[in-house]
Design a protein around this ligand. Structure first.
Ligand SMILES: [Zn+2]
Length: 454
């Protein structure tokens, strides 16, 4: 396309593209209705604080004490929740149950300790996701995690986190419950374990999925399930783009099957508002399990035909009856990442195509592509033209060739930043959106991604 044609193309394309962009932003903004700050009275003696923190915090009131399930991300959040809960019961906390070890579910524990030391229950694998990274000396996950969460974005660019409201962590906050006071004291060792605290009978059930240290809590007297992060109102994060060890998608589907077996009247997920009513719970859990199982089974079917991950993301498309459900929209996780993760979990990084066993380095590939394009100026012009027609993915890929040759190429940096911004504005997926917008800022400002948060 000749440069002088661009303004015309832009003029013709802009209205629909703006509508599309507004559509994604509007949908993500509207998703926040599922984590507006409120205490949900789930059933007789069960209360769930939604939206006070990044994750849900629940309280079950017993005879002479209460049980707390998950504790939120920060002490400040948890103290506000504890104050809300005291309006419903001032009985002491007799036990805390962690559904898993992620910091957004365990960071507020100190707010619930009180005078007497409660039992703190967790899966025997507690902390197993983070431990290999710590032991292996891997620190860059923190940078990617901050990009995914949008910690370096100003509030006006950070709509929400798809399943959680915007929060900025305090510097130096503990990653997860690891202090002497707040770490688990009791562990679920086997498949299931019945416990009784303050006259409350609970069943803890091992449920590997989002993490290998995930458990769910079944409260039979109230017919309530506390699912942890194996359920929230979004397509599940079968792979987190901050970088996580492989999550077993097959076991996640099995765990959802185990949840569905209980015939619960209420389902409290790790994030977003609880699902209330037996038929609604059955429908949601059945669909959720089917969606996760479909991604697993269809990916394996394609793998067995020799398809590569790049081909599989086209091959595996959720059936319409699942893709249309509002609790399976990709606000947090994305089916494509699940597909790649299933492949990677079984077969590792090699896609099976021998061309990719010893690829050209990014720089040597870029030098050849530039030559093919007729030189750096021509490639730059193509990247600009792609950007002008909002072919943003291609614009970013072309900019990457230029940056592979010269990482300080200011034209290429600007094009890539604009392309990522354009992509982000059309995304309903909060983690991808935050990640793209953060890297766009890094490119524009020349900030060091390893530097301290602003
Ligand atoms: Zn969570």
């Amino acid at each position: 396309m000749k440069p002088r044609c661009i303004p015309l193309a832009l003029f013709l394309l802009t209205p629909s593209l703006v509508a599309q962009e507004d559509g994604a932003t509007r949908r993500l903004t509207e998703q926040a209705r599922h984590f507006e700050e409120r205490v949900v009275h789930v059933t007789d003696n069960v209360f769930t604080a939604v939206g006070f923190s990044v994750s849900n915090v629940s309280m079950i009131v017993g005879e002479d004490g209460v049980v707390i399930i998950d504790t939120g991300m920060s002490l400040d959040d948890a103290q506000r929740i504890a104050a809300e809960f005291r309006k419903h019961s001032d009985k002491p906390v007799k036990a805390i149950v962690f559904t898993h070890s992620h910091g957004d579910h365990t960071g507020g524990t100190a707010a619930f300790l009180g005078d007497g030391r409660p039992e703190i229950w967790a899966h025997a694998n507690f902390g197993s996701e983070a431990r290999p990274l710590v032991e292996g000396g891997v620190t860059f996950q923190r940078v990617r995690g901050a990009r995914q969460a949008g910690f370096r974005l100003p509030p006006e660019e950070r709509i929400n986190n798809g399943i959680a409201p915007v929060r900025y962590p305090k510097r130096g906050a503990a990653a997860f419950a690891s202090d002497e006071e707040t770490k688990p004291t009791h562990f679920l060792e086997g498949e299931r374990q019945a416990i009784e605290v303050a006259g409350i009978e609970l069943e803890l059930v091992s449920s590997p999925g989002e993490t290998n240290d995930q458990l769910f809590v079944w409260y039979p007297a109230g017919r309530v399930l506390f699912a942890g992060d194996n359920f929230y109102r979004s397509f599940p994060n079968l792979y987190a783009i901050r970088g996580t060890p492989s999550r077993s998608v097959r076991l996640w589907a099995d765990s959802l099957g185990k949840l569905a077996e209980h015939g619960a009247d209420a389902l409290v997920g790790g994030h977003t508002d609880p699902v209330l009513g037996a038929s609604e719970v059955a429908q949601v859990l059945g669909d959720y399990r089917d969606a996760v199982r479909f991604v697993h089974d269809k990916t394996v079917e394609g793998m067995n035909k020799g398809l590569t991950p790049d081909e599989l993301v086209e091959y595996v498309q959720l059936p319409e009856r699942l893709a249309g459900k509002d609790y399976l929209q990709p606000f947090y996780g994305h089916p494509e990442w699940g597909v790649r993760s299933v492949f990677n979990g079984y077969l590792g990084w090699f896609d099976g195509n021998p061309t990719n066993l010893f690829r050209l380095s990014p720089k040597s590939e870029a030098e050849r592509v530039v030559k093919l394009a007729g030189g750096t100026a021509a490639l730059l012009e193509s990247a600009r033209a792609a950007l002008a027609t909002q072919d943003n993915q291609w614009a970013a890929q072309l900019a990457d060739y230029l940056l592979a040759i010269d990482k300080d190429d200011s034209d290429a940096k600007r094009i890539k930043a604009d392309a990522l911004t354009g992509l982000a504005r059309n995304m309903v997926n909060a983690t991808a959106r935050n990640y793209c917008l953060t890297v766009a800022r890094e490119l524009r400002e020349g900030t060091d991604p390893n530097g301290p948060p602003e």
